[in-house]
Every structure is written in C-alpha cells, then in structure tokens.
Write a protein that binds this ligand. Structure first.
Ligand code: FAD
Ligand code: NAI
Length: 465
C-alpha cells in the first residue's frame, strides 16, 4: 500500500497533520498503537483533566459559593463514579470525533505499533501480525510519556502519574504531589476540591517555573488560600509503604535534614519525556538530542530525507496547540504552502480556579534580554463584571516595549483567563501596541475590559484605578 504521507501517532500533532494533508490532496495513512485516536491529549491529558476540573469546580462552588448567591441546596454529596462517567463521556465524544474526521477526509488508519523499516517504509505490528506500508513522506508524531523519578515506582494505584490521578476510585485523604508544574496544580486542585488534603513538594523556590514571577506569586497565594500546602526548594528522596499508607521522605533541595510526610496517594508530576520507543529510529539513522527529542529543522525535517517530526517528540513546549500548529505547518511546507509556527506567540494556560494564562515574554524575561519595558496591570476587583460574578481575585498584566509600545507579553490570573488570553495572542500576532488594545472597544460589562484597562495602564491612564 503506497501513500503520499504516513503519520505515526494520532494525538493533536498527528491528527491535525493528517487532516490538513488530506485537505491538500494527499493520500494519507495514520498509524496508532492505542485503540482510540487522539493521543495523550484526548485520552489521558487535556480533555479528561478539564472535565474533572470543571466538575470539581462546580462541586466546590456548590459547597461554598451557591449559598452566597441565594441558592440553597444543602451540602453537596459527591458521586465519584458519576463524575468519572461525566469525564469519560467527554473523552468518548472527542475520540469518536477524530475517527469521524478521519473517515470524512478519507484518511486510512492502522492500529498497531509503527516502526520505520527503511526508506519510506513503515511496518505496523499488531497482535503478532505485521503489515508493510510505503509512503513518500513519514511524519513522526509519537508524543511524550511521563517522566519518572529514580527509586519511586509508579504503580498507577497509590503512586500515580497524571494517568492514574485521572481515574482514582476514591478521594485520597492525603495527596502528596511531587512537582508544582501544570499537572501538579491542576490535578492537585481537582482532588483538593473533592476533599483531599494536598501537599505539593517542588524542587525550585517557586511554582510554575518560567511564568511571570509577580503573577505567579499572586497565583501561589490564591492556591494556598484554597488550602493547598506548598513545600518549595524541596525534593522527595523516596516513598515507602508504612502501615498501609505511604510515607515520603522530603529533603531540602540543597541537602540537609529530611522530614517524613504521610500520604495515601502520591502523584508524580515532574514533567514529561519524548516517546520514541519501538520506532526504530537508530536503525533509520534519525538523530535525537541529549534529551531524547528528535532533532528537526525549520521545516520539521529530520536529518533523514523524507522523515519529519512534530509535537511533544521534538523541542519546545509540550502543549497540544503547539503540536497542532506544527502538524499543519509541516505538511503545508511539504506541499509548497507557506505554513509557519510563531513560537513567540504560544499561549500557556493553567486551568485551575482562578485560571492562569500567559503569552509572550514575562517582565523578567524582557528585562533579561535588555529590553526596556512598560508594564500595565489591572486587578479583577476593579472590573464591573468580575464584581457582579463574585470573581474578584486576580489581575491582568501587560508587558510592552517602552520604546515602541509593542506588546511583548500578557499574563492573566483570574476567572476565564483561558478565554481572555486569545485576544492578546491575536494582538501579538498582528504586532499590536498597548495603545491599539486600549483604543479597541471592549463590550461592557465583560472581564476582557480588564485587558483594555491594563493596556490603558501601560500609558498610566487606566480609568478604574
Ligand atoms: P500525543 O498526544 O502524546 O500523541 C502521540 C500518539 O502517538 C499517542 O496516541 C501514542 O499512542 C501514539 N504512538 C506513540 N508511538 C507510536 C508508535 N510507535 N506507533 C503508533 N502509535 C504510536 N496540553 C495543552 O495544550 N492543554 C492542556 O490542557 C493539556 N493538559 C494536559 C493534561 C495532562 C494530564 C497531560 C499529561 C498533558 C496535557 N497537555 C495539555 C499536553 C498535551 O497532551 C500534549 O502536549 C499533546 O498531547 C502532544 O501531542 P502529540 O500529538 O505530540 O502527542
Ligand atoms: P512541568 O514541567 O510543568 O512541571 C514539573 C515541575 O516539577 C516543575 O516545577 C519542576 O521544577 C518540578 N520538579 C522536577 N523534578 C522534581 C523533583 N525531583 N522534586 C520536586 N519537584 C520537581 O511538568 P508537568 O506538570 O508534569 O506537566 C508535563 C507537561 O504537560 C508540561 O510540559 C505541560 O506543558 C503539559 N501540560 C499542560 C497542561 C496545560 O496546558 N494546561 C496541563 C497539564 C500538562
């Protein structure tokens, strides 16, 4: 069977890539080793985690907020299997949606492990049977896997990765999270809202390394107010089973006296690593870097002619929308269409409550690059809609070039920050200035008026503060 393109992996990188290639007239095959399409994101990542974040947020609000809004329901009761069913329905709808799109675009799919077996050849192995496919081009979109800690074995029951943390069958009394990154904070929030006592141990002296410092400090305080406990500049040296529970040995990051912290479940959330197992990259001669990522050029081409790679398996932020854009740009470039990915404008969102969303440079990044900046901030508590919704926590912070007023970065902590960041992504893509945003009419009363006010703030003329 000969194709124009074979895509290995059907996550957001792979399925976007396959659909765009089909739109461009290519004959496309997708190889996926799991039974459902959609990869990490749809099956065990973005979608199930957001379903649980949404349901647990409503549960939390029903317990604390509804009463203040004049809605009397009594104490909400948790039906965890019911909540898991709600989550699974979201996943099911999404993965079936990808299968539908493949059929609609006449993309052929093969279930099994794909291995590159020569120039333009992919062998697909499933249940002991191997099929041989051929193509002019191969795109590797095999994604990433959980990063592990030496000596701490993940059993997905009591010591879990994000995958196990999405399917716990009861609410742990005490949840110890290793890593204050996106997964630790999102899934830590889910289980805190459902009743767990959550302690987060982070190696660095701050949460969410890489995000704007000032905004993260405020975010950190808000999470603490919700009852999460943080042990910064600390590491977990080991986890042992003691009397039917777990005991983690926590040590200062730079060495020193250790302390024992008890837990019923430990979530290991210390990052993800590129996944290339079984692909036969060595035999194919495809180069990887020292972090195991496939090395590609600006066209997503590897060092071997006809083999490309996109998404989590190459360098850059491990985000679904980054993988999607790369999938599209990769095949567009192959087809002679001018596709590109603007890595300076990739939004980053943490879907807790409040949410944290950012794009572009943090204030400290900009200063480190020697750029003189002007900063505009605006608190949610001065925004009319935020007051009406009872969502007063948070702020919008914009970083603009002092010389040109061009927007360099935007950082929002607050309700619906994930929706609000879109305006700023477009603004940055179009090279907008803070003045451009400040002069654009924003509907009233809306939370994005806080963005407009922060933009006015860059020039020192915000109205409501
Ligand atoms: P993947 O989605 O990992 O897909 C790779 C696919 O390749 C898999 O289906 C795998 O089975 C298949 N595969 C691998 N090897 C082979 C082989 N040899 N043969 C055949 N098939 C193979 N990102 C966001 O942007 N927003 C979020 O809210 C978000 N939430 C997340 C929550 C969690 C808990 C996790 C773990 C991740 C989250 N991410 C989120 C990250 C996001 O899931 C990844 O960045 C994204 O899935 C990467 O897409 P990909 O296509 O590169 O790889
Ligand atoms: P991460 O890289 O976001 O965070 C890992 C954290 O663990 C860091 O703060 C790091 O300093 C800390 N750490 C590392 N080793 C440690 C140790 N030994 N002890 C204590 N702390 C340690 O990784 P995370 O949260 O596992 O997420 C993986 C990837 O998935 C991320 O790259 C993220 O982009 C993606 N993701 C995205 C989401 C989103 O966009 N909302 C949601 C969930 C995941």
């Amino acid at each position: 069977m000969h194709y124009d393109l074979i895509v290995i992996g059907s996550g957001p990188g792979g399925y976007f890539c396959a659909i765009r290639a089909a739109q461009l007239g290519m004959k496309v095959a997708v190889v996926e080793k799991e039974r459902t399409f959609g990869g990490t994101c749809l099956n065990i990542g973005c979608i199930p985690s957001k379903a649980l974040l949404h349901a647990s947020e409503l549960y939390d609000q029903a317990g604390h907020l509804f009463d203040r809004m004049g809605i009397k329901l009594g104490k909400p009761r948790l039906d965890l299997p019911g909540m898991m069913k709600f989550k699974d329905a979201g996943v099911d709808g999404n993965v079936k949606g990808v299968a539908f799109l493949f059929r609609k675009n006449k993309i052929e799919s093969f279930e099994g492990i794909g291995r590159i077996a020569g120039n333009g050849v992919v062998e697909v192995t499933s249940a002991g049977k191997t099929e041989r496919l051929e193509a002019n081009a191969i795109v590797i979109a095999t994604g990433s896997d959980v990063a592990r800690l030496p000596g701490i074995e993940i059993d997905e029951r009591r010591i879990v990765s994000s995958t196990g943390a999405l399917v716990l069958d009861r609410v742990p009394e005490r949840l110890l999270v290793i890593g204050a990154g996106v997964i630790g904070l999102e899934l830590g929030s889910v289980w805190r809202r459902l009743g767990s006592e959550v302690v987060v141990v982070e190696f660095l002296d701050r949460i969410l390394p890489g995000m704007d410092n000032e905004v993260c400090r405020q975010f950190h305080r808000l999470l603490e107010k919700q009852g999460m406990t943080f042990r910064l500049s600390s590491k977990v040296a080991g986890v042992a089973a003691v009397d039917g529970a777990l005991q983690a040995t926590v040590a200062p990051a730079n060495g020193g006296a250790t302390q024992a912290i008890g837990a019923d479940v430990v979530l290991v959330a210390v990052g993800r690593v590129p996944y290339t197992e079984g692909l036969g990259l060595k035999a194919a001669g495809v180069n990887k870097d020292n972090k195991g990522r496939i090395v590609v050029d600006a066209r997503f081409a590897t060092n071997v002619s006809g083999i490309y790679a996109i998404g989590d398996v190459i360098a850059g932020p491990m985000l679904a929308h980054k993988a999607e854009e790369e999938g599209i740009a990769c095949v567009e470039r192959m087809a002679g269409v001018p596709g590109h990915v603007n890595y300076a404008c990739i939004p980053n969102v943490v879907y807790t409550h409040p949410e944290l969303a950012s794009v572009g440079l943090s204030e400290e990044d900009a200063r480190e690059r020697g750029i003189e900046v002007r900063v505009g901030t605006f608190p949610f508590q001065a925004n009319g809609r935020a007051k009406a919704l009872g969502e007063r926590e948070g702020q919008v912070k914009l970083v603009a070039d002092a010389a040109t007023d061009r927007l360099l970065g935007a950082h929002i902590v607050g309700a619906r920050a994930s929706d609000m960041i879109a305006e700023l992504v477009v603004a940055m893509e179009l090279g907008a200035s803070a003045e451009d945003i400040a002069r654009s009419v924003h509907a009233h009363p809306t939370l994005p008026e806080a963005v407009k006010e922060a933009a006015l703030g860059v020039a020192g003329r915000a109205i409501h503060i």
